[in-house]
Ligand binder design. Structure first.
Ligand code: NAD
Length: 496
């Protein structure tokens, strides 16, 4: 470990601090394959300090007594600071996750909207006076923050996916302990400087960095955590869900996918090609909503694959910081090996490789962890390459005959995060929107999202929703208050 690399400390109870054992771990740049920063390696001790600080901030002091209007103003101030530093934060993320600067800068410029939208919602969370059927009672409800929130995020879009949790949780009045991915923690720690500058009271936002078993596990099992908002893979999601059940905590899970992108014979062909490319090769396929199963109607199957391969083969791989680069490296060495392993699996299952199919190195790719944009044709939906999430630039193409078969294949998956449909038939658009088992259905578009639009998964893609007004209720608890207006307490042995 090169001890001269820049060091990034955790943010707990309003101050930056190293791990108590003074342990650090390396953060790697996927484009060079080399370590570029050292991050504090937290443990159960730091988790406990952070959760206790969050619990104190929730129940006593400035945050607890802040009006919802002032809380909203604080969120909007943070949004302004993120907008000011968007480019700098985006560059840090590119160093850590190797995604294109174009993509990360666009995300960072968009993140402030979450803080404006949920900041605006903070003082509009109304309870209700109930027209109760029991006379001599005045009954109303209150919307209260659920408590300390544990926010756990993956490596593909570090600050973007944190904002989806943080903005509604803070707007609801909760306090938060964030555990970013060990592969991409630096932008989150840089972000904490803005939290300080905005003037958030100590303990409201905390970040404990480290590994899943050393930080994530004690965090989800901590008795003072009331709610877990998790984005990541299915297997860790299940562990998190089990911990939540053991401790009776609320949980939101945003997990993986194997989303179908369905092209009918009446689609605008060139648009569909672009939509399919954006679904699988943008972000090097490292997105939960990757349209990794392409379903193409038989009558246009060969022509469509030809057009797709022609377009995809022009994709420029290289330095993610350069504006002309279109496909960057894979974020981690182990994920790079996983993607290559799936390419071998596809071959051994009999899928026909029509583009790419191997690692890329040298030239513009340097020593980075690059895999060529890869397309497998003649995939059957029961092959592993069609059923398992690859999380890389690997597309499986499956043939279908008619609408009923397209629906059957699309829904024949353990996942249900998203689906795309390319057609010009308006009636079919509505039929498909209803029939597809997915949390988001895109018609003649792909990979669209907004702070205003609920997002989440069906089936094994997750539980609960982020974004839109639905999201804030994930962080609120309804309390019902009964006040008797009767002149005396009636017979105590009869239920009222
Ligand atoms: P991962 O599940 O390996 O890790 C996610 C986070 O969980 C990391 O911070 C990790 O350190 C932490 N973790 C690991 N073990 C833990 C434990 N025992 N207890 C608590 N936390 C633990 O996922 P990843 O490889 O970082 O990210 C890729 C996955 O994320 C893919 O499956 C992708 O589909 C999914 N994802 C989903 C969405 C969505 O919104 N649905 C968005 C992006 C990514």
């Amino acid at each position: 470990m090169d001890s001269n690399l820049p060091r990034y400390s955790m943010f707990i109870d309003g101050t930056f601090q190293p791990a108590s054992a003074n342990d650090w771990f390396e953060s790697f740049n996927p484009y060079t394959g080399e370590a570029w920063a050292l991050v504090a390696r937290g443990s159960a001790g730091e988790v406990n300090t952070a959760v206790e600080a969050a619990h104190r901030a929730l129940n006593e002091g400035e945050w607890a007594s802040l009006t919802a209007t002032k809380r909203g103003a604080l969120l909007r101030r943070l949004g302004d600071l993120i907008a000011r530093d968007a480019q700098k934060l985006a560059e840090i993320e590119v160093h850590d996750n190797g995604k294109l600067l174009n993509e990360m800068a666009a995300q960072l410029r968009y993140i402030p909207e979450w803080f404006y939208y949920f900041g605006g919602l903070a003082d509009k969370l109304e309870g209700a006076v109930l027209p109760i059927d029991k006379p001599d009672n005045f009954v109303f409800t209150r919307q209260e923050p659920v408590g300390v929130v544990a926010a756990i995020t993956p490596w593909n879009s570090p600050l973007f996916l944190t904002a989806w949790k943080l903005a509604p949780a803070l707007a609801a009045g909760c306090t938060v302990v964030i555990k970013p991915s060990e592969h991409t923690s630096v932008s989150m720690l840089e972000f904490c400087k803005l939290v300080q500058e905005a003037g958030f009271p100590a303990g409201v936002i905390n970040v404990v960095t480290g590994y899943g078993d050393e930080v994530g596990d004690p965090l989800v099992n901590h008795e003072l955590v009331a709610k877990i908002a998790f984005t990541g893979g299915e297997s860790v999601g299940i562990r998190v869900h089990q911990a939540a059940a053991r401790n009776m905590k609320g949980v939101t899970l945003e997990l993986g996918g194997k989303s179908p992108n369905i092209v009918f014979e009446d689609a605008a062909m060139d648009d569909a090609v672009k939509g399919v490319i954006s679904g699988i090769f943008a972000a090097t396929g490292q997105t939960c909503i990757a349209g990794s199963r392409l379903l193409v109607q038989s009558s246009i199957y060969d022509t469509f694959i030809e057009k797709l391969v022609a377009f995809a083969s022009t994709a420029r791989m290289g330095d993610p910081l350069l504006a002309e680069t279109q496909v960057g490296p894979i974020t981690t060495r182990s994920q790079y090996q996983t993607v290559l392993k799936y390419i071998e699996i596809a071959r051994s299952e009999g899928a026909r490789c029509v583009l790419g199919g191997k690692e890329a190195s040298g030239g513009a790719c340097g020593n980075g962890w690059f895999v060529e944009p890869t397309i497998f044709a003649d995939v059957k939906n029961d092959m592993r390459i069609a059923q398992e999430e690859v999380f890389g630039p690997v597309l499986s193409v499956i043939r279908f005959e008619d609408e009923a078969e397209a629906i059957r294949i699309a829904n024949d998956s353990r996942y249900g995060l998203a689906a795309g449909v390319w057609t010009q038939d308006v009636k079919r658009m509505f039929r498909m929107a209803k029939a597809l088992q997915a949390g988001s259905v895109w018609i003649n578009t792909y990979r669209a999202g907004s702070f205003m639009a609920p997002f989440g998964g069906f089936k094994r893609s997750g539980l609960g929703r982020e974004n839109g007004q639905d999201a804030i209720y994930e962080f609120l608890e309804t309390k019902t208050v009964w006040i008797s207006t009767a002149s005396e307490v009636p017979n105590p042995f009869v239920m009222r």
